[in-house]
Structures are given as C-alpha cells and as structure tokens.
Design a protein around this ligand. Structure first.
Ligand code: UN1
Length: 540
C-alpha cells in the first residue's frame, strides 16, 4: 500500500510539545493534481517515499481517504489518529496550556492577531480546499474562512475587555469580585458542514480565555483540518509557543468518544446530531465536565402578508438552497400567510428553476453536491416519506444522475407542499428540501414555528413593528436565533450562536459565550482585621 502513495510533508520544524496526530498522504490522483496549487500554497509539499516526517506530525490509525463529492474520487489519504494518539495529545495540550494561561490576556491577543493575519493570507486557497473537500460553493468556502478571521478579530478585542464584576460587600472592610480563569483544555468535535468556522469560533474564544484546544474534526473533512492546523501552527511558532496548544487528532467515532469521556477535556464543544449530542451531554455530565452542544435545527421562516415579497423570496432562496441545505441554520419549513402563498411560491419556483447545480468551484454555480452518497439516500428517503404522508413536490425532487453530475452527489433543490401536522416536518433532513405550508393568524404561525423538538434558528418577514416585538418577546419564537427580515442562516459572529430544546442549549461565538470557557471565581477579600460574618451571624 505504502509503495504506491506519495508521502507529503506536513510540518516544517520540530517542537518538543508538538502533537499532531494526523499525517497527510495524497496519491497521484487527478483531483489532487488538478488543484495542486491549492495544496502547494497551503504548504503541503510532495517529498518522497522514504517515510520521514518533520516534527511529530504522525498518526498510528487507519489510512482513510478523503473524497471529492463532485465525482467521489479520492483527493488524498490521511493516516488518522487513534485513542492512544489522543491520550498522548491530551497530555501535550495540558503542558502547553500551563505556559499559555500565564501569558497576560492582551498578549494572547497578539498571538490571535498573528493567526488572523495568517488566515487572511491563505483565505482563497483554504476556501478552495473547503469547496473541494466539503462541496460548498467557493464564495461560501471563502465565507467560512472569513468567519474564523472575524472571530479572531472579536477575540482580539476581548483580549482588552475580558472583565469581571466588583460586587458591593455587605461587610465593612471587605471587597468582593469575580475572576474568570481558563478551565484547561477545550475538546472541539466539529461537523463536516462547517469544517473551518465552527472550529474557529471555539478555538479563538478558548485561546483568548487561556485554554488549549484538542480538535477532532469530522472524519470526512480531514484535509481542511490539517491545512487549518498548519496555518495556526506557524503563528504559534512565530511567538515561540508550543504548537500543541492547538492540537489535532483526526479519526473516527472512537476517538471522539474517548475525547468526550476524558476528564482532561474540561470542556467538550460538540456540533452534530441531536442523537449523538444526547450521548455526549450525558457522558460529559457524568464526569462533571462542561459541554457546549450545538445540535439539530429544524428552522422555520415565516412570511407575513405585511412584507416585501421579493426580499422574502431572495432570503428563502439563500436560506433553503445555500450550502445545498447542509447548514444547521438552513430553512426547512416555510410558513406563509395564506393570502400571499401563491405569489410567493410563484417567485420561488422561478428562482429554484434558475439555480445552477454543479461543481462548487465553477463560477455561477449556486448549489454544489451533497457531501456524501449517504446524504443522497436521506434526500430520496425523505421524499418517499413525504409522498406516503400525502405531501406534494412542487419543484425539484430528482437525483441528478446525468452528464457531468452523474458520479457526484447532486440533487435538485426541492420545495414541497405539506400540512403543518404532518410528521415529516418534525424531523431535520440535512438536504435541500423545503417544506411549505400556510397559516391564518400570527399566533398560529408562531405556534407552527415552535411546535418542533428543535430550537435553533427562526425568522419572520414583516414590516409591522408590533409583529416584530411579539415575535422576539415571551410569546414569540422559542429559538436561540430570532431574526427579522433576514434568512435563518448566515449569522454574524458577534452574537451568541446556538439554540434551545433539542438543539442542546449551548452558545458559541460572540456576546458573552466566552464565559462558558472559563471558571468563575467569586472572591471575597477581608482587609478589615476583624471577622464579621455574613448574614450578621455571631459565632461566639
Ligand atoms: C452550522 O451550520 O453548524 O449561521 C453553523 C450560519 C453560519 C454558521 C452555521 N454562520 O449559517
């Protein structure tokens, strides 16, 4: 096996504390050769077959292929990490974090700025690699690298602003204050659909608060995770920091499970299905670790009769078809006032028919392939179930298996007509299928929005202020993200990202999410020389 694969150099200098349990190989395959400049720019060079690696870029697990969803050809192969590798890596992160936590917070900010600049330099090639390996269109691939850049800028700002409170003490000669210190190591388990940004949110905030990170990416996007790690590794080296501060262990579910169960991972930030997240939450709770769960969404967009229908139609198109329906914030349910249903659907039908499906690196393509063949089965199964329940396909509905689309995972973006009480609308299918339905009153529309198990994102299109305030108030949307006149997806990094109910309750990214990566100390300092007790207790 080894003899017919080219080995690629993955790290340039040895650091004592380096722990990167992944090694990248690439066969001389057409996809790799075609995009050779991308790999070269990202610093992944072809060397020879001698099996010598710089640094400790290594992996003792299986050799796993990464596939191009456009044609299901192997792009490259990665030697994955194992639970043993994880074991070593977790110790290395802990060692590095001891150094990092002592660095003054604004100085940590300087390191984040170097990381940000390194990513800016690699924005385009990294975005291309995302498009190649994940399958999203190039502007969206670049967009998610930008999201990592944005959160690093946010974290840089935080590095001058992480503040605790000073609380009035009820006792004379006493001061009360809060401190926010790092928890230690943040284990980050990310999903295939945002192979850069979701890691980025966690990495930036974990670092500014003084933590180290251990990243376990999705098994199907290892190349992106290696490229990202190489970029930030350079930035750490520039500051003479141990690069194991941001460690990477690729691998399968076993590695993920071991990370979740390990006490050395003080925080587990997990993005994935509700089914797996439920287990993750239990295991982390059992050991009193902290989990940040970002699980399934089943997001609705309400179009009222008091809004700009053209604007709404454009928003729905991005919300439902963008990323080929593979965002956790994708709109899955369109709830339309009965008086504007027909004109809105007419506009959408026209727009859907014009969407170009194809190679995500090709200009003008708006919808790339699904990430895997399994996702194509989810698409067909969902449509079969829809028909069994009496739902109707109003546009799309076919797997595209002709011409250049034949060997890829291409499907038509699809709109259906359903009744709100159908079972099909209760489940999230991670494919571009939008279920449409009508409502009569605002209360009914909000009820439909809330009447699912998940609670990630939601949006309403209206120009009526009283509708807006009802929507964001206590009887409004019960989701974590509550938008008005914008799509359900495409959140900015400045807000807290996450959702309620079966979405897991975690919050990542902006606002005060940083607090979840910290232990809060309530400090009461007595400088009075006497010992007055709280609540006026006299103890002898
Ligand atoms: C995800 O799909 O897991 O709001 C994250 C959005 C992006 C992040 C999505 N900023 O659509």
């Amino acid at each position: 096996m080894i003899s017919n694969i080219f080995k690629l150099r993955t790290a340039s200098t040895i650091s004592n504390l380096l722990a990167r349990n992944s090694t990248f190989y690439a066969r001389s395959l057409s996809t790799f050769e075609k995009h050779r400049s991308v790999f070269d720019t990202l610093g992944i060079e072809k060397t020879n077959n001698k099996g010598v690696f710089d640094g400790e870029w290594k992996g003792s697990g299986d050799i796993v292929a990464s596939y191009n969803p456009v044609n299901n050809e192997v792009i490259g192969e990665v030697i994955t990490g194992t639970t043993n590798d994880l074991n070593v890596a977790l110790d290395k992160v802990a060692e590095a974090q001891k150094i990092w936590r002592e660095i003054p917070v604004p100085k940590r900010g300087h390191v984040l700025l170097t990381m940000r600049n390194a990513l800016v330099e690699h924005l385009e090639p990294l975005g291309k690699l995302v498009a190649l390996e994940m399958g999203k269109i190039l502007p969206e691939g670049i967009g998610e690298v930008q999201e990592y850049i944005d959160i690093l800028e946010y974290a840089l700002g935080l590095s001058r602003m992480l503040q605790g409170s000073i609380i009035p003490s009820e006792r004379p000669g006493h001061a009360m204050l809060e401190t926010w210190n790092p928890l230690g190591t943040v284990g980050i388990i990310s999903a295939f659909n945002f192979p850069v940004a979701v890691y980025g949110w966690n990495c930036a905030i974990a670092l500014v608060t003084g933590n180290g990170t251990l990243w376990k990416p999705a098994p199907t996007t290892p190349l992106v995770s290696i490229a990202v790690t190489r970029i930030i590794e350079k930035a750490l080296k520039q500051h003479d920091l141990p690069t194991s501060l941001c460690s990477l262990v690729t691998g399968d579910a076993q590695v993920g499970q071991a990370l979740v169960a390990d006490k050395r991972s003080h925080v587990v930030s997990f993005t994935g299905s509700t089914h797996v997240g439920r287990q993750v939450g239990k295991v982390v709770q059992e050991r009193f670790g902290r989990s940040i769960l970002e699980l399934g969404g089943n997001n609705a967009l309400i179009v009222t009769d008091e809004c700009d229908l053209d604007l709404a139609a454009r928003a729905v198109l991005f919300a439902a078809v963008g990323t080929a329906g593979q965002r956790c914030t994708t709109t899955r349910r369109l709830i339309v006032h009965e008086s504007v249903y027909d004109p809105l659907i007419e506009k959408l039908k026209k727009a859907y028919q014009q969407v170009k499906v194809g190679d995500p690196l090709e200009e003008g393509v708006l919808c790339g392939p699904l990430h895997t063949k399994e996702a194509v089965h989810v698409y067909t199964n969902t449509l079969n179930k829809l028909k069994e329940e009496g739902g109707e396909i109003i546009v799309g509905g076919r797997v595209l298996d002709h011409g250049s689309l034949k060997s890829g995972n291409f499907v038509e973006p699809t709109m259906t007509r359903v009744r709100p009480d159908m079972k099909i609308v209760q489940n999230e299918s991670f494919v571009p299928i939008l279920h449409t339905m009508t409502y009569k009153t605002l209360e009914e529309a909000i009820y439909f929005n809330n009447n699912v198990a998940q609670g990630l994102s939601s949006s309403i299109f209206t120009n009526n202020p009283s509708t807006i305030f009802k929507w964001i108030g206590p009887s409004g949307s019960d989701c974590g993200i509550i938008n008005v006149n914008i799509p359900t997806n495409g959140a900015e990094i400045g807000g807290a990202f996450g959702g309620e109910k079966e979405t897991g309750g975690g919050r990542e990214s902006g606002s005060d999410s940083w607090k979840q990566y910290c232990r809060r100390g309530t400090c009461t300092i007595n400088y009075s020389g006497a010992l007055p007790l709280a609540q006026g207790i006299n103890f002898g």
